[in-house]
Ligand binder design. Sequence first.
Ligand code: SAM
Length: 517
Amino acid sequence: MHLQQLGHPPRGGLANVAAHRRVLSTRGAGRFAPTEPTPQPPPPQVQQQSQQQSQQPPPVILDDWRTQAFMSWARGPASIRFAGVRPSTFAGVRGLAASSDIAPEALVVEVPRRSAVVLAPKQRNPCPDMVTDDWWKSAPWFAKMAAMLLWHKSRGSQSPLALWLAQLPADTGVPVRWNERQIAALQYPHLITQVKEQQREWQQLYDDLVNKGTPPGAQPPPREDFIWAMSCVRSRTFSGPYVGSTLQDRLRTAGLVAVLALGNTVLGLADPQKTLSAAIAVLLFNVLYEVILSRSLRQYAICPLIDFFNHSSAVQSEVSYNYFGDSYSVVASREFKKGEQVFISYGPQSNDSLMQYYGFAEANNPHDVYVMTDMLRWVTAVRTVGQSRLDALRASALAVSLQQVVIQRAGFPAEALQAIRFLMASDKEAAAGISSFSKPVSPDQEAQLALVLADVVRRELEQLGSSLQEDMALLNGGGGSGGGGRKGGLLAAEAAAVAFRLEKKRVLTAVLQGMGA
Ligand SMILES: C[S@@+](CC[C@H](N)C(=O)[O-])C[C@H]1O[C@@H](n2cnc3c(N)ncnc32)[C@H](O)[C@@H]1O
């Protein structure tokens, strides 16, 4: 069975597993759903960026004791199969480097489910000594997985996952763990609002755990640990539709039903014909129930070693679940040369979600957008709009079309264009009603519209607090980045914020260039 990574078409894979693979996606993908305009081919600078994949900094092979212990565990007790990759750092960021040439479609990593942290739908509370069943039932998936992680951590070397846990990053680099000043450095109201909401939500989850979710006699984990665990979960989990029971579980159920049916027949408790029909009915019901169930439910998994892959939107390799092998795997989507970083795709994610959930922004990300939180403010600042026209817009179906406007490099959403055409129209034109502005009214009005849009984008750029050039100078000043988290003399959080806001400015600049402004 094949699950789809959000936005990615199913791909072929190893011949023997392809038909039974399900592709999983990283969380966070798809939360942000631009609706308009129609996707365009990537602009030239994006294609250039994709080609630059091979110009990655050279890998520095990781051979510290933690990595060595983890890799021995992976090879040994965890039975993780991998070929042609080794943990390395690239300009200070850990990832997986090709240790030999990797052919397209080669199996790169395969992790048995038993060596992964998996959350299946309706899973019973696996850590009742740490969280109550009531908390478990009401907590969101990532809080449950965080509790599982902390439970394993609390068992120290007793946990089968101890050597994997030991090498998780202490600083996940995500803005939910930043202070006010660092968040403000993002300069982008849309993400600032999202991060602050996330901080409130996570605080509430922790308060619930402390006040209602800790069993009598147990100590809740420290707040910092809980927040750290949730940020690890959100940046390392893949999810996909639930596949129901594993093949092994189904065979076990079938065996049990067969034994019961045989017992019944041998002991003469029931007519063999009826027993056979009942057994078949039970098995069919079982399979059908799970097939129906699996359509609406999701499974979540963090797979050791697969969680070392960094993201690139220029590759298509995905994480898949192999039903017959009961394992998760990554198959190379293209050739990787020895020494290159082997990336996977976390899905077609904008920098908003990459920043919020993973703590980085991708340069020239083709899926990036700019969400303008209050476009009407700029429209009315750059052109005079009569009050009655504003009232008519507010009373129409397009009332919110100039709030949270999702702007792509390719342009503006159709509803926003329609609303601005209506605001700019003469009284005579406007009398035709707002619905008549869904398409260009006249070449003159379209020319006016383009001028307004260019002015709006310039206004937005002007109030961002720094220019694209200043951000580039900040990032490049002093050069280099380090594991300790400095880049161009900036601390990791500041560097990430500057890199992020630079990309937002690139989106707006590309919009201006696209309009010839
Ligand atoms: C699944 S982990 C990948 C391995 C991770 N670099 C590590 O050392 O454990 C996801 C995290 O890796 C980092 N990451 C992934 N892709 C990246 C990229 N293209 N550039 C910079 N950091 C990236 C981010 O910190 C993200 O939260």
